[in-house]
Design a protein around this ligand. Sequence first.
Ligand code: KDG
Ligand code: MG
Length: 405
Amino acid sequence: MSDRIVGAEVILTSPTRNFVTLKVTTDDGVVGYGDATLNGRELAVASYLRDHVAPLLIGRDARRIEDTWQYLYRGGYWRRGPVTMAAIGAVDVALWDIKGKTLGQPVYQLLGGAVRDRVLGYTHATGWELPALLDSVRERTERGFQAVRAQMGVPGLDTVYGVFRDARAYEPAGRGAAPVEEVWDTDAYLRAAPEVLAGLRAEVGPELKLLHDAHHRLTPQQAARLGRALEPVDLFWLEDVTPAENQEALRLVRRHTTVPLALGEVFNTVWDCQRLVTEQLIDFVRTCVSHAGGISHLRRILQLAELYQVRGAPHGPSDVSPVALGASLHVGLATPNFAIQEYMGYDPLVHEVFPHAWAYADGHLTPGDAPGIGVGLDEELAARFPYEPAYLPVARRRDGSMTDW
Ligand code: KDG
Ligand code: MG
């Protein structure tokens, strides 16, 4: 038994939405999977893996997870960025999967064992106006969710990202050769959101954990105002209030509001998180196992965060594949400052393509006890759904200029 890597294959599939999966095989025939899906930029990561990483993996010792991470990160010279870090993340998760399968243990046991019995999950509810939103939230709480992210429409706009006028579940990316363009109006949003969320809190009572995502749309001053206005709603968190390239901006928000802040779903490395964590400018760090260098790097981020009482709350919309969700849950079960896992859910077909040991019950998720990550890939079924171009929408202000969404 030598654990040499003999195969590294990239598999694209689109069972209702696109996923990129790395399959690593050892000379013993052990197979490990890693998620390399980067919503709307799938082919870039697929090429990075196929053309530049897979050839380097052949012949390497699959047991040397950290050394392979360092080799790909430092050896690439061009560091960080979503494409690089998603590719490295896929390799890392696949190697943890192989290690677990080789040792006959679920990955959380290899990370030090469980520190909790199950991981709290939150899901998405949307409604254009309060009554529809309330229905959507109630449907989720009836399914056991104790934490719900609530998004509403904005009067005067035709569409708002992630919110449907009817009761359909939404998919963040729309199929087609180019992104859909939406119109955005921050002032109208700032008038609507506090009223709808206050109304929602009044209806659902004090216990339900309510979350809201502002999708990087606000200036620091607008974010501070919104945070203050939402204090009586007692949110579990307010997410992505402002783009975080300029991290100084969060200092202004913090000075004016005690609303808990969550941020980091677009971050890729511990260095993106360093300042916000060490200066305690956020309460929850949202880096995702598949976009931030895999299990090894997510653990590093959460261990830094633990020193500053910042908690982990990884990204988990439908574009984070069941492989990444499983990997995140192993980290969640074994990491003390892991607060909550986003779980948007998947189309039934996605569950078929990726059979998994992880499970949802009663508002919580568990990774299961299958060796490795515990998520497989039905390659025959996957092959029936080839990749189709799909993009997240883009947004313009009323004057036609581009804005964050
Ligand atoms: O691909 C990214 C989207 O899925 C993202 O918009 C979802 O903001 C999001 C969230 O919090 O899940
Ligand atoms: Mg978000």
